[in-house]
Write a protein that binds this ligand. Structure first.
Ligand code: HEC
Length: 100
């Protein structure tokens, strides 16, 4: 593989990552940040960290809150305002952040 090709592949990955992140609705993340931290690291001992957590796990937990299978007042309320696409984007976003 030529060096130019390597550079192209690298740029493609960066652009793809940027596009994936752009899909995450900013106002939603601000709401989550209040409890889970802007960096996905919660400041309150009663709130779980989300940064670096498994994407599939985060996605499943939010769907469980949405359906009521996992009971929690705030998370149920918030997850019901989100579409499955938004939940998927949020799960991918928090999974991509560095864990504590
Ligand atoms: C009012 C505070 C609050 C807000 C705002 C909030 N959360 Fe939570 N979240 C919690 C608490 C508390 C828990 C732990 C619930 C439990 O005890 O079962 C939790 C749990 C979770 C979990 C499960 C984590 C795990 O380790 O099982 C996910 C995923 C999650 N929240 C995502 C979000 C997202 C995404 C948002 C923004 C849309 C958000 N939360 C907004 C308080 C909040």
């Amino acid at each position: 593989m030529s060096r130019w090709r390597v550079a192209c592949v690298g740029l493609g990955l960066v652009l793809a990552a940027g596009a994936a992140r752009a899909q995450v609705p900013g106002p939603l993340i601000e709401q989550c940040a209040y409890c889970h931290g802007a960096d996905g690291i919660a400041r309150d001992a009663e709130v779980p960290h989300l940064a670096g957590q498994n994407e599939r796990y985060l996605f499943n937990q939010m769907l469980a809150f949405k359906s009521g299978k996992r009971p929690h007042k705030e998370m149920r309320y918030l997850s019901r305002l989100m579409t499955t696409e938004e939940i998927g984007a949020l799960a991918a976003y928090y999974a991509s952040l560095p864990p504590r």
